[in-house]
Design a protein around this ligand. Structure first.
Ligand code: ADE
Length: 225
């Protein structure tokens, strides 16, 4: 998989890809992540990438021309399956969107800034608009990092234990069950006995019941559909 990220603040975005699982995925060649500074595609003395809003109103709007130049250059080099715009008014990121995105070959992620991008960028180029929640960030960079993390860990080979992404919370619309490690008892708190039973079927049944119970208590909305 190849991910091209278009941003005015590449430095805000790089560190999540320089540690731990994402770093290893890149080093193993399972994913390529490329950053494109929008300012490199701006023309004019000030290299400006934004301008005031037509019709008045506070806040700057990202201009179409530099974004067009950057996306068009990338599209000359390869085909893209998805051009994603990170925006608070997009569809809310969930495990299903992460799963779908992880199956793509090449994607572009455009990070918004200021008030957002000229609507014509969205009309012309964007194939999917994604929000990471009902709150407004200063820009799309942190949202893009969240999306990339949720996607990259699903690429086969990225996680050490091949099954571990499949047993995550949400993979079956259920939250994950409680988990324990050594010591068996800590300050009077005991690990549930069933986990020492050696009976795999019984342990699986316990985990399923716990996952269901936790989902019912915390996220009953997940059980609705
Ligand atoms: N840009 C600003 N806020 C955002 C959000 N909540 N999700 C995605 N992109 C954003």
């Amino acid at each position: 998989m190849r991910i091209d990220i278009i941003t005015v603040l590449p430095e805000l975005l790089k560190s999540p890809f320089e540690a731990s699982i994402l770093k290893r995925a890149i080093e193993a060649g399972l994913v390529e992540v490329h950053f494109h500074n929008l300012r490199d595609f701006a023309t004019g003395g000030y290299k400006s990438v934004d301008d005031t809003q037509f019709g008045g109103g506070a806040g700057m709007v990202m201009s179409i021309a530099p974004i067009d130049k950057c996306i068009s250059k990338l599209q000359c080099e390869r085909n893209y399956d998805e051009i994603i715009y990170m925006t608070p008014d997009g569809e809310q990121l969930n495990q299903s969107i992460a799963n779908q995105t992880s199956l793509k070959e090449n994607i572009i992620i455009l990070c918004g800034h200021y008030k957002g991008v000229d609507q014509r960028v969205r009309d012309r180029f964007i194939t999917r608009e994604i929000s990471i929640g009902d709150y407004v960030l200063s820009g799309g960079e942190l949202a893009a990092a969240v999306l990339c993390d949720s996607v990259i860990r699903l690429i086969p080979g990225v996680l050490g234990n091949e099954t571990s992404a499949l047993t995550d919370s949400f993979q079956d619309n259920l939250l994950a069950p409680p988990i324990y490690t050594k010591p068996r008892e800590y300050d009077g708190m005991k690990v549930p006995e069933v986990l020492f039973s050696g009976n795999f079927a019984k342990i699986e049944k316990w985990r399923e019941d716990q996952a269901y119970k936790r989902t019912q208590e915390r996220r009953p909305d997940l059980l609705e559909d």
